[in-house]
Write a protein that binds this ligand. Structure first.
Ligand SMILES: C[S@@+](CC[C@H](N)C(=O)[O-])C[C@H]1O[C@@H](n2cnc3c(N)ncnc32)[C@H](O)[C@@H]1O
Length: 228
């Protein structure tokens, strides 16, 4: 990931869609594992909290679900609570892969292609919102807007589980991420301290805040938070 001082491109979402459509297969083969310890560990901690709140059935939104593995599938396979899942992604290729990978669960799954910032849900309608390695692709000002939206969509005591850039990252662009010719990819973030403040200001109580080093070259701030 290389940092630049350039501004956020106006056609960011169109470019990101085009990029992930082109690099989805390479991304998935490099980073997606059925037994990925970090994603599965945080999901289990979310499930535990929902069980403690007495949830048998729950509604969850996944932002930037990719091909649905392992995140979306783990949500759909879970028994306690049993989830109805809305899974969103900007990339048509990723959504098509998720549809194929999650065919067995189609009765409890709604796939929504598009920019996560354009989603809308009724206030107080979701038990949880999760996002793995996806909110980091929004410009950081949009991340703030999204966190306020999520706080409204969640039921009282609803949960947010997501990871963010540990570092302050106004704009970071790699023209050829994963050495891909069409791998133009954008990331952004407020850094750990400011992100936690923004999450709290949006109306959450932070339950877990941990920096995790990924297998590869990056470390992220992981947050599990509850609407106050
Ligand atoms: C790094 S991948 C993570 C995929 C999956 N969550 C995982 O854990 O492997 C980021 C995903 O976010 C999606 N994405 C990027 N920008 C997005 C946006 N504005 N709205 C929705 N999805 C977006 C990409 O298409 C891609 O599938």
């Amino acid at each position: 990931m290389s940092s630049t001082n350039s501004q956020v491109p106006e056609d960011l979402k169109a470019r990101m869609k085009e990029s992930y459509d082109a690099i989805a297969t390479e991304y998935n083969s490099r980073f997606v594992r059925d037994d990925d310890a970090i994603r599965l560990d945080y999901l289990e901690r979310l499930f535990q909290r929902l069980r403690e709140n007495g949830k048998q059935d729950a509604t969850v939104l996944e932002l930037g679900c990719g091909a649905g593995i392992p995140g979306t599938r783990t949500l759909l396979e879970n028994k306690s609570p049993s989830f109805s899942v809305t899974a969103n992604d900007l990339s048509t290729t990723q959504i098509d892969l998720a549809k194929k990978n999650l065919e067995a669960y189609s009765e409890r799954l709604t796939l929504v292609q598009g920019d996560m910032l354009q989603l809308s849900f009724e206030d107080g309608s979701l038990d949880a919102v999760v996002g793995f390695y996806s909110i980091i692709h929004l410009p950081r000002e949009e991340q703030t807007v999204l966190l306020h939206k999520i706080a409204k969509w969640l039921k009282p005591d609803g949960f947010l589980l997501a990871n963010f850039s540990k570092e302050e990252l106004p704009v970071a662009i790699d023209e050829n991420w994963l050495k891909q010719e069409k791998g133009w990819v954008f990331w952004s973030g407020w850094g750990s301290e400011k992100t936690l403040k923004i999450v709290e200001d949006a109306g959450f109580e932070v339950l877990i805040k941990e920096v995790k080093q990924d297998v590869k070259d990056a470390a992220f701030l992981w947050i599990l938070a509850k609407v106050k």
